[in-house]
Design a protein around this ligand. Sequence first.
Ligand SMILES: [Zn+2]
Length: 208
Amino acid sequence: MSKKILALAPHPDDIEFGCGATISKLASQGHDIWYFAFSPCNRSMPEGFEENQLYRELEKSASILGIDGSKVNTFDFEVREFPGVRQEILEILIEQRNSLKPDLVLLPSSFDIHQDHKVVSDEGVRAFKNSSILGYELPWNTPKFHHGYFSKVTQDQLEKKISSIHCYQTQKGKNYSDPEFIKGLARLRGVQAGAELAEGFELIRWIE
Ligand SMILES: [Zn+2]
């Protein structure tokens, strides 16, 4: 049965890094996937990049992962300022709870120390009381983590994750964008799950 899945990215690329291969898997299984990104990060863009470039790159990346462009929603919150607009973000999420009624929500984990990620994580858990929730792993923001859920993925789904990340020009050269690192992490989570490759998640709530 097709499930409705809502993927919450404080910034474009968080979903790709945190659970790109799982999104690719869910899309190939025919689930209805929605991608919400909250900030174009214009204030933190390196020199030489155009306004809203990340949102244009997100369109390409989402299509690689198999998400329909009409299901990508973007907002204009300032990067690093989410704690001050916590209530507005909660209201957007509550609206989605009532209209979209997702079966599964993917959001930053409760272990994430980035201030914007923390807000989306906390408000997401607050808003989606009747949905399954998994917190995705971003190891550079999650010095500790508890893996309560593993999603096995294929080589092809992992390649889609790597290609989607490489849609983002600003991420080129970052150590965590290195395909070897991304593959190594998937291999590590795979070993923990008794599979070739996997992505690890915090299990926040599971309803079936
Ligand atoms: Zn982010």
